[in-house]
Design a protein around this ligand. Structure first.
Ligand code: FA5
Length: 347
């Protein structure tokens, strides 16, 4: 073998060994590369060393010098790769940190199903021209009962059917509450109170909905909760009929529950509407009650200063939880308020 051939074989060997060492991704791969190039018996460096014997005598010093230089270059490339794999790059990085492992997802909150339902109902009713109105949850008996044509002796005013508030009135700190008292405040038992506030503040034509919490001392069961939500609707104009009321509620039900849902009115009684009805929707072959409705009673118009001979209107009040439960197949109202994230995260 000529000197030139020998030298170029050595150059080739050095570059092959260096790239094999740097691309070894773990200790096992590096060891395999070490045996290939530096192995004492079958290593490629050993093979070339054996060829030194076949070099012309005059060329031997140059060939030997090059062989030694390549040998030490390959050895130091091996040591460098060994250090890198051991994390010896002094960067201060945590050697136990594995960037390929999945991270811990931060847990994000989301909107409660009843709040989502309120937004959905607002959107549907908004398309029929109903604007949102609000009223306070702590009410006085005038808005909750008197203006709604609920007389003093009506069972709906019974202290056992309402949450009257213990408001201290005298400086001695003694509670002045005698439940049912004209002056005592209570948590509103229905959103119909907002009808009164809106009519007192404005003039017809009126077309509003009001979504909010109401409170009743009902024992919790699968369909009742002491705090729940209602969607009140109120439309006041001239020549308003029950056919208008039924159309609005049917369009609402078809949009919220489905095109195949039918609506039925059952005769009922509410002091603030005449005639009054219970509103049922036909859902999967069963009639289900969602709320009450009717034409505004002339006494209510009189209480807010409207002329019952000139204006007419309808109102309805639907249970928001019952609507939400139907749409999502929820069978127990208590699940909505248990605070169990496994349940709530499904919505
Ligand atoms: C009323 O509250 C009337 N204000 C409705 C109304 C408005 C009639 C306007 C006429 C004109 P009622 O007490 O039936 O009506 O309640 C209406 C709906 O609220 C019920 O059909 C039911 O869906 C829901 N609801 C009543 N009590 C509870 C409760 N404890 N938990 C959950 N939902 C309830």
């Amino acid at each position: 073998m000529s000197l030139d051939q020998f030298l170029s074989r050595l150059d080739q060997l050095q570059s092959d060994a260096e790239s094999a060492f740097t691309s070894a991704s773990d200790a096992a791969a590096l060891e395999e590369a070490r045996v290939t190039f530096l192995g004492a018996k079958k290593g490629q460096l050993k093979d070339i060393q054996k060829m030194l014997g076949g070099i012309e005598k005059a060329d031997k010093p140059a060939a030997g010098a090059k062989l030694n230089a390549v040998k030490s270059a390959i050895n130091s490339a091996f040591e460098g790769a060994q250090q890198n794999l051991a994390g010896g790059d002094d960067s201060g990085a945590d050697p136990t940190f594995d960037p390929t492992l999945p991270g811990t997802r931060p847990s994000l909150g989301h909107i409660h199903p009843i709040t989502q339902t309120n937004s959905h109902l607002t959107e549907i009713m908004g398309r029929m021209g109903f604007e949102v109105a609000e009223g306070p949850e702590v009410e006085d008996p005038w808005h909750n009962f008197v203006a709604l044509n609920i007389p003093e002796d009506h069972p709906a005013r019974d202290p056992l059917d309402n949450f009257y508030l213990a408001t201290a009135k005298d400086p001695s700190g003694k509670s002045s509450v005698s439940a049912g008292d004209e002056g005592s405040q209570l948590l509103r038992s229905q959103t119909s109170t907002v009808q009164i506030r809106v009519m007192k503040e404005g003039q017809p034509p009126i077309r509003i909905i009001s979504l909010g919490r109401v409170y009743r001392p009902d024992a919790p069961d699968a369909t009742h909760f002491p705090m729940f939500h209602q969607m009140e609707g109120l439309l006041v104009d001239t020549n308003v009929t029950m056919a208008n009321l039924k159309t609005v509620l049917r369009v609402f039900a078809n949009n919220y529950l489905g095109e195949d849902v039918e609506i039925r009115f059952r005769p009922s009684f509410f002091p603030f509407t005449e005639p009054s009805v219970e509103v049922d929707f036909l859902w999967n072959g069963t009639w289900i009650e969602f709320g009450g409705a009717g034409m505004i009673d002339p006494n209510v118009f009189a209480a807010v200063g409207y002329d019952p001979e000139k204006v007419s209107g309808f109102a309805f009040g639907l249970g928001v939880e019952r609507l939400c439960m139907r749409r999502h197949g929820i069978t127990d109202i208590r699940d909505l308020y248990s605070g169990d994230l496994r349940f709530l995260k499904q919505f």
